[in-house]
Design a protein around this ligand. Sequence first.
Ligand code: AMP
Length: 637
Amino acid sequence: MSRIVGIDLGTTNSLVATVDSGIPLVIADADGQRLTPSVVHFPGAGAAPMVGHPANRVRVIRPAETVYSAKRFIGRRGAEVAREEMTLTYPVAGAGTGPVTMRIHGRDYTPDEISAEVLKKLKADAEAYFGEAVTRAVITVPAYFNDAQRNATKHAGELAGLTVERIVNEPTAAALAYGLLRLREKSKIAVYDLGGGTFDLSILELNNGVFQVLATNGNTRLGGDDLDRRVVDFLVAKIIAAGGPDARGELPMLSRIREAAEAAKIRLSTEAEVEIPLPFLTPTFSFTCRLRREELEDLTRDLIAQTRAHCLRSLGDAKLEAKDLDQVILVGGQTRMPLVRRCVAEWFGCAEFEETRGDLRLGADYHKAAGPMLNTSQNPDEAVALGAAIQAEILSGGFKDILLLDVTPLSLGIETFGGLMNVIIPRNTTIPVKAGELFTTAVDGQRSMLIHVLQGERERAKDNWSLGKFDLEFEAAPRGIARVGVQFEIDANGILHVLARDTKTGHQKIVPMKSAVDVDDAAVQQMVEESVEHAFDDLKARQWIEAKLRAEETAKATRNGLAECGGELPEEQRVKIETALGAVEALLAAEDARTKIGEPVKLKAANAALDQATQPLAEILMDRAMEVLLRKRGLIQ
Ligand code: AMP
């Protein structure tokens, strides 16, 4: 079997790494470069695409044919990408359920194809290093990538001629790199990973070589690129105010401004003030301005603040407080920004620190009681790739004393009666995992059942993200007979497989989920954020739907019972039942026409009162049923 390499396929930069004699290391390319910009340039006229540094160099002069940040679009439908997200310096298109595409020289490229070009270059670098073919890889993805994005990443690997042996979550990989030298230790850590396009926060427990992810949370659309965009907007406005051209829509000019903005942002991590020179934006207009670190912080503070909610949610999910953590490990290029470090230190109550040259140093009197340690020991650019290489080595039979237990970031389930989401695998469940449920038929003679697979954290099906629907056919059977077992399996890559089985015939089928880009990812991020915001309403909706289903059933049975043998009841009891029934029906009728929600607490109480009132009626019905049975068996006349 050929060797397996570890690849960090980043929004901004990508790397390939391996483990040599037990030591993880990043493989440099022929020019000695360890970081490959995730940039692809298409020269046209049948010429092979340029990848990495050479592509990055022509990005400013040929912006429309040079694709960067393709990871932002991988596994996403056209319809779900906001217009402003598409305002890049190359043409991005996409609508409806089709994939997002980049039109270059009249041909539409998918993000998978662009990423495959980057992967081919890394594969070639690894082959040059080993002097042999490399066909197998471990590739990392943001922990918060959904099913579609994971599948698309795998697809990109296949297009590049790589068998993707494992998809690993980026913060988990970073934790592996951090923990490799601490295999005999026991600790709890958080990995705060802010890269070019994505943010992840994972909490892990390390115990004698076991890396157990406790919780993960994040945002697949937040990263350094967004900060750059703020600086670009700031510069564009300044240029216009200085009587210069309006750069919006002017691709080459915008590309130059974007490059200057990012360079300024990076320099402001170590300098207090920088000059941004933009000579000859037009033949007659040159521009220059100064930007101070505080100004950059003011422009971007709200973006960084957005990561806080994810940190809090992860801690909550892990049932930990910040003070329970030993370390907060920073990875991803954007965590070099002093404001990011200050914010994280403050939110996690990290030990006293002092800022020196934009760097965060621990105060001399650091001690554990003061909170977790802000750990900047990992190279933020390389930790993820090194972790991928460690995972590759584990899969090749090395590092036998390491066990990695990762989790699924989003809950998976199916739609049930009343439009509710029935969770089958809750979020933050350790993977790989299998879980299933038996479903029964609702009506006599039913021949098929619609299974609607959902991903998300909301109570009602319609608020979650639809992964797909499928019809399951089986032999007709009486109502209520258990017929179908549906099993969800999340593999070690975090990818979902659905299996359905007819329990009578034993016939089973693997249900294909829709192709990666056909998956509706429209509001997944928003949905998860809203799940907390709407937790109370959602709970009320669930309680209402449950109470309503029950009330409707009891009311119907009561009406039938009264019609059948109400006359046998004493007047007083019959009135009592009718009053209780009236109360239930009045509450059902009072359901809000718009929200389809009523008063669950009142309805539950009314249901209970009706149950109580119908006791004598139930007894008469029982006696009757018994009489019928005994007569049938010839035991009474
Ligand atoms: P990654 O995806 O981890 O490679 O991170 C890339 C992001 O980190 C890009 O948005 C870079 O602009 C940003 N970045 C890299 N170095 C620095 C730095 N020294 N200060 C601030 N941001 C940086």
